[in-house]
Design a protein around this ligand. Sequence first.
Ligand SMILES: [Zn+2]
Length: 471
Amino acid sequence: MRRSLAPVLALSLLLPAALGAVSPPTPTGPALWEAWPTARVSPADPWGLKHSGLRVALADLQARHPGLITLVEEGTSAEGRQIPLLRLGSGPTGVLLWSQMHGDEPTATSALLDLMHWLGTRPQDPAVQRVLSRLTLWVIPMLNPDGAERTQRWNAQGLDINRDALRLSSPEGRFLKAVRDRVQPTVGYNLHNQNPHLRAGATGTQVALSLLSVPGDEAFSVTPGIRQTRRLAVAVDRLVQPLAQGRVARYDTDYTARAFGDSMTRWGTPTLLIETGGWAGPAEAERLVRLNFVALAGSLSALADGSLAAVDDAAYDRIPFNQRDATAALVVRHVRLASGRGLAPFAADLSFLLPGPFAGERPRLRQPVLTEVGDLAHVLGLADLDGTGLLAVPWPAPEGTDWPALKTLLASRKLDATDEATLLAAVQTKGEAAVAGPGFTGAVLLYRTVGDRVLLAGAVLRGRVVGLELR
Ligand SMILES: [Zn+2]
């Protein structure tokens, strides 16, 4: 028996995968991460892709991969923009993926373009073959083109489509519901962006992706369909952890009957919510698209090849929850703050936020802003300055003021090196324009105390530290 083993092994390596002798493994996260540059057709700035650009990108994909992508039908937005519904593959398991139901949440839209190109460029890849032969993908890459045009959450009616699943007052919501009812998909992917300033657990890092096996009832009943989306969430977590360690969280929510994910699950299409957060650093937007691509291509592959069934869904409960308001663009810690009203300096931390393209339900930030003063030990600073020994004082800084100009101005008033009482008196004369409370958009000057003198060392100017080294 032993003697025959080697020839059998040799033979099995020669047999084509179609005969079932070799079952290539599910693609790993790192393998998909490395595949992305050749799969990529998405733009550098996902927020820059609007309805017209999407139509060009889809036409280009259809031309490059004849027969891969069928334009099934188009819905119509409140303002008359077409909403393409695409179909790829011909398998028995239907998967409905919809993105950008909130107009300022485009990361997954770009990832879906890359996913479609990946499927088109690798016809010999067994993983791609399995996705296209065992699944039918129904893709709505941009459900809210009117909101995308304005880079806003709501549609042109001012409706949050994701709170319109019961009333169906929006044409976009009616379209999504009609597609679901006609296609009856086995699984849904509800693709969003979230506030980038969330933390994975109380002590974790900035959340790049958060996941939710969307409940279908108040009791969060674990049905076979829910178990499936719990497994999908675990699969996504395992795919992206080697690339973005500690940056995955569970989306923390109540059951929301009027939301689409919850309704999809209730209607019989158990749905996985994927929310893209932030990942501070160079080319952040592109890295998040890449991570989404890995999550989508990898989890769909696991669904298609059956390996998902072996995933332990209990691991879902061990993914840490999103912690809200727990990161800031910059935290300056342990300063003595003289906040401008002539009050005695007190010990404080300061946090700052910078404007970004995602606004969600909050008013859009127009400029960098001081967000909180006080004990911010629980807040993770994406940039962090230990201000121990520094005196912080607010100073009005009109837009366009840079650090050299600010230093020159202060030197001309002999406030670059002075005594503390003189400095605080000068700040107080600025009145309300120099009160360092939440909402303050001016500069925060940072002085070192040397004997009875204070020396200008640096500042926070438009949410960034100047003149001092960050740790
Ligand atoms: Zn959203």
